[in-house]
Design a protein around this ligand. Structure first.
Ligand code: ASP
Length: 631
């Protein structure tokens, strides 16, 4: 109760957390109700009286009915029954009068599902199992019913039994029986519930469902297409509800949220999913700070109690600083090893590649210091007195001394050095920084404490970036609806590449878990960005441009990647472990074998026909990712 109230107070204390008196009246009543119902009724409406995992000495003497799966049996005397809540020991009756109960419990194969009724008794002295939460008691069975028998399983339902991920995904319904998957999905559900409560009940947000069948959106990720019965016309699955949430603002639904399914056809990526879930939010009359405080309050409120309190406000860093110090726009701030600019040390160098790099525009020499790295890394530039490196011969004593001072080099440290264009040099060192962290941790050095959650806002992004495949053209750093920094609007008409944006990302332990922006709410500016800067076909967005012209309020929003967030909170190795039915990295459902072929006659109504690849094209496709197994 205390902690619940505490969280409530924290939510209310946020600047956006003012609740009108009228609502507050209803609110305090619901507060009492929900605090009385802190522990959910797990056994209401069903055949059991209790869960297997909840029974303790305090239940001694109670008559209970349990339903669960047979985890294992010992010498036809004991049977261990399992449900999501835990394990409990059942004593198989041995006397003649209970022969039929004994037969059921001894003959049912492991993982069969049974219902037993009996009395909670204490285990005989010396037979308690302190490792089992229910280890002080057992069930003296009176009746038993086999609800359904289980065939031989493809793998054992025990968390410690190793199985390939492909097999787990093929039999996902069995994999879900594991305590790990149960824990992950239940924690996800609890966090989402708290988020809904925070948004709807504490801050007056409206949960609105938006369509899944939509049309092509210019820019951004590739979309999945869905054929329609009209020749040549296709729906697209939305990569996010971005346009709808902005249109809701025009419609006066001024605080929107949705637990939204998004679809992106980005090809095979090891830790991405073609369909994933966002906590999608949009508000009118808000600025960047308003959105940031809202999200901090939301995370604080929904954060699991056992993960420790979250400190707010989260620290903030500019994009330029993130790139310069960590070589990425999603820095893992749990450890140091920051990038240092050492260009000045080498202004007069004789080393050819350093001189070359420094003479180019944006040319720089950068370094990171890997503490104790000499023990684990193949040495490139070792920082002891002997400068064990091929470059060392060319480093003058004076340069060596300035370097030692600038990077605070200690014996046994390794210095990694790059020379080149600022952005590329930093980004390379950023990747090496993470590789080095992996190497050091593999040797037992703790750099990234798994119990630490390091949140960070990254702000002041450029509005546009040069396209990777064609650096002469610009693309949006976030998406085309993002507003420029108010003092940079004029740059959109002169030097758009220099404009800063009102885009912000939320990073947790080096992963981007959210992103959003204040939007352009004037049709004229939005038209200019789409047509003149991004060279997009404005006709595709004429509905949105039109809507902005009908009194669109200023607005902004954000989306949190729910799968990634839960993955980090649970410490799961992959986002697939926090999704009930995920796809393999190739986008396949290994359980049902989707996507599947459709007979040509069923394609006819859609006026489409398959153009089959030649053998060599097909082979090339399947060899695309030789390094990853199907999952
Ligand atoms: N729709 C954006 C995304 O999916 C988030 C936002 O700008 O609110 O990244």
């Amino acid at each position: 109760m205390f902690c619940w109230l505490n969280r409530l107070n924290r939510g209310l204390a946020t600047p956006t957390g003012r609740i009108p008196q009228l609502i507050w009246g209803t609110f305090s009543r619901s507060l009492v109700l929900s605090s009385q119902r802190r522990i959910p009724e797990f056994s209401s409406f069903v055949a059991r009286t209790n869960t297997c995992g909840e029974l303790r000495s305090s239940h001694l003497g109670q008559e209970v009915t349990l339903c669960g799966w047979i985890q294992y049996r010992r010498q036809n005397i004991f049977l261990v029954l399992r449900d999501f809540h835990g394990l409990v020991q059942v004593v198989i009756p041995q006397d003649e009068s209970a022969a039929s109960v004994k037969k059921i419990l001894c003959e049912a194969p492991v993982e069969s599902v049974v219902k037993v009724s009996g009395t909670v008794i204490s285990r005989p002295p010396g037979q308690e199992n302190p490792k089992m939460p229910t280890g002080e008691i057992e069930i003296k069975v009176k009746t038993a019913e086999l609800l359904n028998s289980c065939k031989k399983l493809p793998f054992e339902i025990k968390d410690f039994v190793k199985k390939t991920e492909a097999l787990r995904l093929q039999y996902r319904y069995l994999d879900l029986r594991s305590f790990q998957m149960q824990r992950n999905l239940r924690l996800r559900s609890q966090m989402v519930m708290k988020m809904r409560e925070y948004l709807c009940n504490l801050h007056g947000f409206v949960d609105v469902e938006t369509p899944t069948l939509f049309k092509r959106t210019p820019g951004g990720a590739k979309e999945f297409v869905i054929p329609s019965r009209e020749p040549g016309k296709f729906y697209s699955l939305p990569q996010s509800p971005q346009q709808f949430k902005q249109l809701l603002m025009v419609g006066g639904i001024d605080r929107y949220f949705q637990v939204a399914r998004c679809y992106r056809d980005e090809g095979s990526r090891p830790d991405r999913q073609p369909e994933f879930t966002q906590i999608d939010i949009e508000m009118s009359f808000v600025d960047q700070t308003g959105i940031q405080r809202l999200i901090e309050g939301l995370l604080q409120y929904s954060w699991p109690d056992d993960k420790g309190p979250l400190g707010v406000p989260f620290p903030s860093m500019t994009f330029a600083e993130a790139l310069a110090s960590y070589g990425t726009d999603k820095p893992d701030t749990r450890f140091g090893m920051k990038i240092v600019d050492i260009s000045d040390v080498f202004r007069n160098t004789k080393v050819g590649f350093l001189r070359d790099a420094l003479s180019k525009p944006q040319g720089a020499v950068k370094a990171i210091r890997v503490p104790g790295g000499a023990e684990v890394l193949p040495v490139f530039l070792k920082a002891n007195r002997h400068w064990n490196s091929p470059v060392a011969n060319f480093i003058m004593e004076e340069q060596g001394l300035s370097l030692t001072r600038l990077i605070e080099i200690q014996e046994e440290d390794v210095i990694l050095l790059t020379a080149g264009e600022h952005r590329r040099a930093c980004s390379l060192l950023g990747k090496l920084r993470l590789e080095c962290a992996d190497l050091l941790e593999a040797r037992g050095v703790v750099l990234r404490d798994p119990a630490v959650f390091s949140f960070l806002w990254v702000v002041d992004f450029p509005l546009f970036l040069p396209k990777e495949e064609n650096p002469g053209e610009l693309e949006s750093a976030h998406h085309p609806f993002t507003a420029p920094h108010p003092s940079d609007i004029h740059l959109l008409y002169t030097e758009p590449e220099k404009a800063r944006s009102q885009h912000y990302d939320l990073v947790l332990n080096g992963s981007e878990i959210g992103g959003g922006s204040i939007r352009i709410h004037e049709a004229r500016l939005q038209h200019h960005v789409l047509e003149a800067v991004l060279k997009e076909d404005v006709k595709l967005l004429s509905h949105l441009l039109q809507a902005l012209d009908y009194g669109a309020p200023p607005h902004g929003g954000i989306a949190l990647g729910l799968d990634r967030l839960i993955c980090l909170v649970t410490g799961a190795p992959s986002i697939r472990d926090v999704i009930a039915f995920p796809k393999s990295f190739r986008g396949h459902d290994l359980m049902s074998d989707a996507p599947d072929f459709i007979p040509p006659e069923e394609l006819k109504p859609y006026h489409i026909q398959v153009s089959w690849p030649t053998d060599s094209e097909a082979e090339k496709k399947s060899l695309n990712h030789p390094h990853y197994p199907e999952s």
